[in-house]
Design a protein around this ligand. Sequence first.
Ligand SMILES: CCCCCCCCCCC/C=C/C(=O)SCCNC(=O)CCNC(=O)[C@H](O)C(C)(C)COP(=O)(O)OP(=O)(O)OC[C@H]1O[C@@H](n2cnc3c(N)ncnc32)[C@H](O)[C@@H]1OP(=O)(O)O
Ligand SMILES: NC(=O)C1=CN([C@@H]2O[C@H](COP(=O)(O)OP(=O)(O)OC[C@H]3O[C@@H](n4cnc5c(N)ncnc54)[C@H](OP(=O)(O)O)[C@@H]3O)[C@@H](O)[C@H]2O)C=CC1
Length: 294
Amino acid sequence: MSYRSAFRADLFAGQTHLVTGGGSGIGRCCAHELAALGANVVLIGRNVERLEATQAEIIEDGGKASFYSVDIRQEADVRETVAKIVAEHGRIHGLVNNAGGQFPAPLMRISKNGWDAVVNSNLTGGFLMAREVLNQSMHEHGGSIVNIIADMWRGMPGMGHSGAARAGMLSFTETAAVEWASFGVRVNAVAPGFIASSGMDRYDPSFAEFVVPQMRGTIPSSRMGDEDEVSSAITFFLSPAASYTTGACLCVDGGSSLNTKLFPLSDHARMPEQKAFHRAVKPQAVLRTLKKDA
Ligand SMILES: CCCCCCCCCCC/C=C/C(=O)SCCNC(=O)CCNC(=O)[C@H](O)C(C)(C)COP(=O)(O)OP(=O)(O)OC[C@H]1O[C@@H](n2cnc3c(N)ncnc32)[C@H](O)[C@@H]1OP(=O)(O)O
Ligand SMILES: NC(=O)C1=CN([C@@H]2O[C@H](COP(=O)(O)OP(=O)(O)OC[C@H]3O[C@@H](n4cnc5c(N)ncnc54)[C@H](OP(=O)(O)O)[C@@H]3O)[C@@H](O)[C@H]2O)C=CC1
């Protein structure tokens, strides 16, 4: 097995885990990690070539994988696919709701169809997958569901349809965590920041040229994340290490969601020493000045 996971090699031996969007990017990486940990991985996506290729890689590595070509927005197809998986594999232990995506556009230029396509991909599709996995399998014996969202805290300018859907997915995560806890089902979320995944190749290079210089100053870790850094967070939630954790969201974003941008990062190095500030200036005086300026 060539994937080097931080987790124990037999962690998921004998278990079945579904990864939507498993044919590319973060989903493909996660599928490799779960297979390396002994899981029987079921890949779900639309593009058969990508799914086939990931399945072949995993099998070549000595792992177990199968795939289903499904659009997760189609309710009947999702229901039928989960039924087939249960018939073939029995119990489903884990679901990684990773499939999704969006296109960059300001809100004022998003058509109704464009909005629906993104919201249905990133919210409704995840709900349908989770509901079917719960109803057809996990309610009988428990399980773990991990929903991949995004850095949508305080909005997602330029991708507002996705931000709205991901915020909805976080709320869904919290509700499902409470409603399904009695079945022994844990539901958590992972919120990636800027990840150098193969999915980024789907964007027009002109968009990268526009956005990368702006991004650079806003990530405290000063770099994009890697697919395996998201995969290990997903694996943690699927594993018994997270057995008392449900309804949580783990940000894998190099701190970008915490950056207040009060002082742009690029200026920190040049910021003058202010050790004497608190002694030299009385806080009330500062407050008065701030109020006056406002
Ligand atoms: C290396 C550096 C790069 C820098 C990038 C930084 C970006 C930071 C962002 C960080 C956060 C997120 C990152 C990621 O998610 S990574 C990649 C994830 N993968 C994708 O996003 C996949 C690509 N996206 C899609 O496949 C589509 O967005 C979509 C989900 C909509 C596909 O759905 P569908 O196939 O059903 O869509 P249709 O083609 O049928 O279209 C439906 C309507 O949507 C409109 N649409 C689709 N694409 C666009 C577009 N690019 N611009 C405007 N409108 C679009 C389409 O026109 C249809 O509407 P109409 O009928 O009204 O025309
Ligand atoms: N990379 C990043 O910086 C970030 C990524 N994310 C999210 O993480 C997830 C993985 O992204 P990433 O790996 O980067 O990008 P990818 O584009 O490589 O992955 C998205 C996957 O979702 C599948 N998918 C999309 N729509 C559907 C659908 N309707 N039905 C079934 N499968 C679908 C795609 O497969 P196919 O086309 O074959 O259907 C593809 O394999 C996505 O939800 C993404 O938006 C969130 C924040 C940041």
